[in-house]
Ligand binder design. Sequence first.
Ligand code: GLC
Ligand code: CA
Length: 553
Amino acid sequence: MTSDRKWWKERVIYQIYPRSFMDSNHDGIGDINGITSKLDYLKNLGIGIIWISPCFASPNADHGYDISDYRAIMEEFGSMDDFNCMLEEAHKRGIRIVLDLVVNHSSDEHPWFIESRKSVDNPYRDYYIWKKGKVGEDGTMKEPNNWGSFFTPSAWQYDEKTGEYYLHLFSKKQPDLNWDNQQLRKEIYDMMHFWLSKGVDGFRMDVLNCYQKPEGLPDSKILGTCVEGYSLDPKLYANNIGMLSILNEMREQVLDHYDTVTVGETSIITPQIALDYVNEINGPLDMIFHFDVVDSKKHFTWKHFKEVQRKWIKELTNGGGWNSQYFQNHDQPRCVTMYGDDSTERNRVLSAKMLGCLNHTMPGTPFVYQGEELGMTNYNYVDAEQMQDPNATFNYNEMIACGKSHEEAMKVLNLYGRAHSRTPMQWDDSLHAGFSAGTPWQVVHPNYTSINAKYEIEDKESVYHFYKSLIDLRRRHLVLVYGDFQEYEEENDSVFLYSRAYDNETIMVLINFTVKDQTIQYEIPAGKTVLLSNYKEGYCNRLRPFEATIFQL
Ligand code: GLC
Ligand code: CA
């Protein structure tokens, strides 16, 4: 495995969803000054890098993932002065700031799109993907192809003004940008310079591997949904030829001029393609997020989880690329509910710590999503509307159209929906969890009266303190960052035993995924030090429920 030292390998990255993090002016919406007010909290936790979900001007059709001005701060979040102050205060504390680069699409309210839709010969027309409709067999006008979108049945929207359709992989308020247009690329690179020259430290890149659309936009061969017959084939929309050259150009024109970190969101990817993007010799990016764990959540097994880790370590990490580790983000349910056990308080605490231990001791840079360090849990929503998420509305309508009842559809959304991670951060036991004195934009989880940062900071046995210790351990033991990975008792799907070795230090991690005791063959040599465990009493060649113990050998 590579041992080229880099700051973004050694630090833990904390994701903030600004809308739900901290509201400083009590309008119910989290904001930039709210983030600034919590920098000491993050510093104390040990965080070295913050990734902030989009904080730019936006009509909020997708809560900021639809940007109408890439160089302005969203009004509800504050001003550019507030942003500058936050950046300066973060840097003062040694915390770096990563912004969300959302350039697969813009908002339909972006001036580029407003121009683009005016006429077929507008100078901005080609910034987006416009096509004439097809005449169907029955003589009616149809979409240019059968692509579906993630948020609507068809990926095409007809526009009266010019009688053509535009492509949108997400909502119709998120038209896809046309990366074949050189002028558009230049505008995006300039915008990146704008933020980086302010001192921003890098980008998380939204829907990264879809910028380049396939030549001719052929029909999808995958069978459509039961209702409309539209479908979305990853082979067509992701990782197209041309993607790598865009990223190389971006590296050369922008990123090479600064000391940055980049992480690309790549929902459909293999380690081989990932290596093209992130290999340390000439990969244009630093890391990607693969989806092999989170996308398997409906049929999740720990056996599968171990297979995924093995595959990525063997093919990416050992192949000369750097990985990321995460269980959760703003698009995923709360990880302790999803992969752990929040049915009792004891199990919630134990399993949240176990997940944290995995995340911080496997190869790759750990990402922690706001509230994960408290073991925050899923909220039980009553209907899709309450979730305030275009993806929830879409999935709900699909399920109803396919014959599911309201209860069945809500059951699915309550297990897997994106809204769980968007309930406000639980700071203390005061009104609205200390997030806001106004009415929060999104429902607050009622368990804030017992699960909140204030209590967890006071309680040395809390999930918070365990995360703090993990982050500290990873900072002090470079073996957890750069160490070679080796696995033991591979066939036992209830446990995960592995070592990391680097520079004369070996660390052993013992994980019990399950709520039951597990016996293992592995014997820790006598007299070895426990560096961290979610059990107080020493280890005994039997793994207790959700045990996570880290030894130094
Ligand atoms: C990414 C974001 C998600 C957003 C989508 C469209 O997947 O993480 O929140 O809805 O892109 O921008
Ligand atoms: Ca506010």
